[in-house]
Design a protein around this ligand. Structure first.
Ligand code: ADP
Length: 258
């Protein structure tokens, strides 16, 4: 019996040490993650100011009356490039902000129905261009979630614009809003290219883009869903994705109701 006690004690000490080491590792990883967020935010911030100045000067040059056709063409190409960079930088700044546990969360009642109307309006042109039917299925009275209006707008905007982007001509995108007890659910379903099972777990990782050639053919940075995932998490919500390659995808977000 004495031997057994010694043996058990040895095990207990070993377990305690392993636990302590694991705890340290988790803390080190959290510190590294926070450092990564700060690095991204600082770099993005430092790039934004000079880029805004470049854009201003390009616009000024563009306004001058005596430019040749080719020069005007070059200016327009530079302006498009710079505007794209500004969008990427703004996404990086937002990602750093919503990924930072110290960023306070605004928590007010937000009518998702209203937000969805605006978001769908913005995507209508792109959908029409590809002959995609964009269907909204929602109660007509307010569907109130609790959270930050701008961040919830971002969730809806990113999901709907992705659905339109990754759905080929003639497809359908259906956005559904519903209330479930103390939660509200937003689902965005498309009949698009779908996502391979091995990619599903990586969708919320920053910069992840599927290697599926049909997906690569679309412009993007791989930041949109990482932003959505972090916003959902900090609101105490949940994001579930179901998808089948070549058939389509459903992105379901549940959020606390107001
Ligand atoms: P982006 O669209 O800028 O590449 P996202 O973070 O929004 O970045 O999406 C990450 C990847 O997830 C995309 O590159 C694409 O491969 C895949 N994806 C996102 N939404 C859909 C969708 N509705 N259908 C198919 N694939 C999608």
């Amino acid at each position: 019996a004495a031997l057994d006690i010694g043996h058990d004690l040895g095990h207990a000490i070993l377990n305690a040490r392993t636990f302590e080491r694991e705890h340290e590792l988790v803390e080190e990883l959290q510190a590294l993650d926070a450092y990564k967020g700060q690095l991204i935010a600082t770099v993005a911030h430092e790039l934004k100011n000079p880029l805004t100045s470049v854009l201003g000067h390009l616009e000024m040059l563009d306004a001058s009356p005596d430019l040749s056709g080719p020069t005007r063409g070059s200016l327009a190409t530079m302006e498009r490039g710079a505007q794209r960079m500004v969008r990427v930088i703004e996404d990086l700044l937002l990602l750093a902000k919503v990924g930072d546990a110290n960023t306070p969360l605004i928590s007010v009642p937000v009518d998702l129905h209203r937000i969805l109307e605006d978001v769908v309006d913005l995507s209508t042109m792109a959908a029409r261009h590809k002959d995609i039917s964009l269907v909204v299925d929602s109660p007509t009275d307010p569907v109130l979630a609790l959270g930050d209006p701008d961040e919830l707008d971002r969730i809806c905007g990113n999901l709907v614009s992705n659905a339109v982007k990754y759905t080929p001509e003639g497809g359908t995108v259906t956005v559904t809003l519903s209330r479930r007890a103390d939660r509200v659910e937003l689902s965005c379903a498309d009949t698009g290219i779908g996502i391979a099972p091995e990619d599903l777990d990586r969708l919320g990782t920053e910069f992840f883009r599927s290697s599926n050639p049909e997906a690569v053919a679309q412009p993007g940075t791989g930041l949109g869903l990482a932003i959505v995932q972090r916003i959902v998490e900090r609101h105490g919500g949940e994001l579930v994705v179901e998808s089948e390659l070549g058939r389509g995808s459903v992105f379901r977000v549940t959020l606390p109701a107001a």
